[in-house]
Design a protein around this ligand. Structure first.
Ligand code: UD1
Ligand code: CA
Length: 455
């Protein structure tokens, strides 16, 4: 067991993720499938981290090395070698979580559970003094879930797994979502008393409800209503459902914060993206990674921003921005692409079919049409004509180009790097520039000659 922290703590979250996940039909471990751009176990982990001070404990199979690598350093890891059931899996966390006053158990395939709900479980357990608080959901689609049975006083009596349900119990609409908070002083001994289920030969965690009652302790129920929060991922169909539900949640939050989403159903914003007030996101726009967008922008339609930082009042239309920073009032698109490493200053205009990478583009520069700018320091107020290209790669090395402020790069100019144009330097259309052009000078290429045909 790899331990991040050994300090005695009050509440610990245990995340169960040792299941095989065979129904995903994938070479990738189930919990590493991406949801909103990151392995879905990350969502469980970050909510658990928000809910409690101590690092979570994740129970994994020892062979799941990719999972362990992706978790490494951010939680305690406990191993379950044989999948003997959810009750057995929690026991595997005993060494890591012993001494905790409360143990919250969640399943690693439910990545939409929120920190607020975890905290509510903790509060309910403590306020009630129950041996266990469990989250239940009232749903007409109870299939696959354990059912909650209650006594005549409406107190929870047991969780009955579907395999064990009588026909009457199958009709119960209150289900066990699979989220619990246990009294840490009671849990470990009680786990040792679970007997294997006669049908499935597994140790069911859910048996702890009955064990608590036979110990004279109570079971508290936190009745929840948001079915989306408890989507469990077993197949890729569930994964798509979870993606859609998380997207609705994220989009709703942005709209409530003052962002207009013209069509939320086709707006794909990953978790953790910041967007300023009065920005409008048009359909089929994807915002990914560590992207931040200022206020009053219009982004989209059909745009992809990955790790992009966008200033206020920018307009990005049908374009791609990757790992680049744009200051305010930049207009870009349609059909242009900024590859990693661009720093675009205020009021730059990038029109259609332009590509730039690893370049600084000075304020107010115009890059109108059909062009490439790579590894370039371009000053302010430059006119970069249609078809202009920096030839930054000689087949072996990349070289830089410098374009001074106020320069005029004529249409179809080829700037063969390394090369420099001074301030206000100009090139004629079609120039092939291999030597530096001094400030205020004009460089012209080969004009076409007219050849008259003999009559
Ligand atoms: C469980 C509950 C059920 C509840 C349902 C909600 C039990 C016995 N039943 O059933 O009442 O309605 O969740 O989705 O708990 N895992 C391990 N090791 C194991 C077995 C499971 O780590 O040996 C992990 C799995 O990776 C998974 C989670 O525990 O993340 C849940 O296990 P699963 O077998 O899917 O339980 P369900 O049959 O869904
Ligand atoms: Ca499940």
């Amino acid at each position: 067991m790899a331990s991040v922290s050994t300090a005695p703590t009050s509440a610990r979250v245990v995340i169960l993720a040792a299941g095989k996940g065979t129904r995903m039909k994938s070479r990738l471990a189930k919990v590493l499938h991406p949801l909103s751009g990151r392995p879905f176990i990350e969502h469980c982990l970050s909510q658990a981290q928000r809910a409690t001070d101590a690092p979570p404990v994740v129970v994994v199979h020892p062979d799941a090395v990719d999972v362990q690598r992706s978790l490494s350093g951010r939680c305690d890891i406990a191993f379950q070698t044989e999948q003997l059931g959810t009750g057995h899996a929690v026991r595997m966390a005993a060494a890591a979580a012993a001494g905790a006053s409360d143990v919250i158990v969640m399943y690693g395939d439910m990545p939409l559970i929120r920190a607020e709900t975890l905290r509510q479980m903790l509060q309910t357990r403590r306020a009630s003094g129950a041996a266990v608080a469990l989250a239940t959901l009232i749903t007409p689609n109870a299939r696959g879930f354990g059912r909650i049975t209650r006594d005549k006083n409406d107190a929870v009596r047991a969780i009955v797994e579907e395999v064990d349900c009588t026909p009457e119990q199958l009709a119960i609409q209150e289900v066990n979502v699979g989220l619990y908070c246990f009294d840490g002083a009671w849990l470990w001994d009680a786990l040792a008393r679970i007997r294997p289920n006669p049908h499935k030969h597994e140790y069911f965690l859910t048996d702890l409800a009955e064990i608590a009652i036979s110990d004279g302790r109570s079971v508290a129920a936190v009745v929840t209503h948001d079915q989306d929060e408890f989507i469990g991922i077993n197949t890729r169909v569930d994964l798509a459902d979870a993606e859609a539900a998380l997207r609705r949640r994220i989009n709703r939050e942005h709209m409530l914060n003052g962002v207009t989403l013209v069509d939320p159903a086709t707006t794909y914003i990953e978790v953790g993206i910041e967007i300023g007030m009065d920005t409008t996101i048009l359909p089929n726009t994807h915002l990914k990674g560590a992207t931040r967008i200022g206020a009053g922008c219009v982004i989209g339609p059909d745009s992809l921003l990955q790790d992009a930082v966008i200033g206020d009042e920018c307009h990005i239309e049908k374009s791609v921005v990757l790992e680049s920073t744009l200051d305010a009032h930049v207009h870009m698109g349609p059909f242009s692409r900024l590859r990693p490493g661009c720093r675009v200053h205020e009021s730059v205009h990038i029109g259609n079919f332009a590509e730039a990478k690893n370049s600084e583009i000075g304020a107010g520069t115009h890059i109108g049409h059909f062009s490439y700018m790579g590894d370039t320091d371009c000053g302010a107020g430059v006119n970069y004509g249609a078809g202009a290209i920096t030839c930054n790669y000689d087949g072996v090395d990349k070289h830089r180009t410098r374009i001074g402020a106020g320069a005029f790069v004529g249409s179809d100019t080829l700037l063969v790097a390394p090369v420099e144009m001074g301030e206000r330097a100009r090139t004629g259309a079609g120039s092939v520039v291999t030597k530096n052009v001094p400030a205020d000078a004009l460089a012209v290429g080969l004009p076409a000659r007219v050849i008259r045909r003999k009559q």
